[in-house]
Design a protein around this ligand. Structure first.
Ligand code: AMP
Length: 211
């Protein structure tokens, strides 16, 4: 059988993906969370796992360096979706993509400054609202930006809202519901159809069984 490389998103999504893979019969041969390695063999000799930062997962899958990937919908929206299919919502790591600003602050009139790591998604969102906006790309700690007057609003993922509240912010507009998705390289879907369909079917059964 041809080798299938599955790219996983490290961190919170990985913690929730591993039990799904295990239930689908795919288990790494060593403890991923305790290793510094990035590539792992599994109990199925033709399947290997690659551990990446979330933002890199769609890129690896787009160019076929990985055949299959697991990434948050937020990351996929920002990436744009070129080169891969998104056949399965895994229903894990659920949260919302929201705008947020200083709690109680009046709405900004006119041009708004938005800090986010989701510049593409944010640009589309404010354009749809017909708002004039300027975007500042950040890679983390977005919650600080409105407090320190770097921006009027942020666009970020929100789960319980505790992080926003702890930093004096409040959620405003809902942009999208987020969960992790399985993605498949478009060419691999054709050339490795049987193996990939097998993985997809097994995961779909697990996900449907959990609903
Ligand atoms: P919370 O305080 O529960 O709203 O969580 C806020 C922070 O946790 C966010 O700013 C994210 O950095 C992170 N977070 C929450 N949910 C997720 C998720 N599903 N996937 C990845 N990161 C998340």
């Amino acid at each position: 059988m041809t080798q299938i490389t599955v790219a996983l998103t490290k961190g919170r999504i990985l913690q929730e993906t591993l039990p799904l893979l295990q239930a689908a019969g795919i288990a790494p041969l060593e403890d991923i969370t305790r290793s510094r390695k990035l590539l792992f063999a599994t109990n199925q000799a033709h399947i290997r796992l690659l551990i990446l930062r979330g933002v890199d997962v769609p890129t690896y899958v787009q160019f076929g360096a990985a055949d299959v990937g697991v990434a948050g919908k937020d990351t996929l929206l920002e990436h744009g979706g070129d080169g891969y299919y998104e056949p399965l919502d895994l229903g894990i790591a659920a949260c919302r993509l929201m705008t947020a600003s200083v709690a109680g602050a009046p709405p900004v009139e006119g041009r708004i400054i938005v800090a986010t790591k989701y510049v593409n998604v944010a640009r589309q969102f404010y354009a749809r609202l017909g708002r004039q906006a300027e975007f500042i790309k950040l890679y983390g700690a977005m919650e600080l930006a409105p407090i320190l007057n770097l921006a009027d609003e942020i666009v970020d993922i929100v789960d319980t809202g505790k992080t926003l509240a702890a930093n004096g912010l409040e959620a405003r507009d809902h942009i999208a519901d987020i969960s992790s998705r399985l993605i498949v390289n478009k060419i691999a879907m054709k050339t490795n159809y049987v193996s990939i369909q097998h993985i997809l079917d097994a995961l779909r059964k697990v996900v449907e069984g959990k609903q």
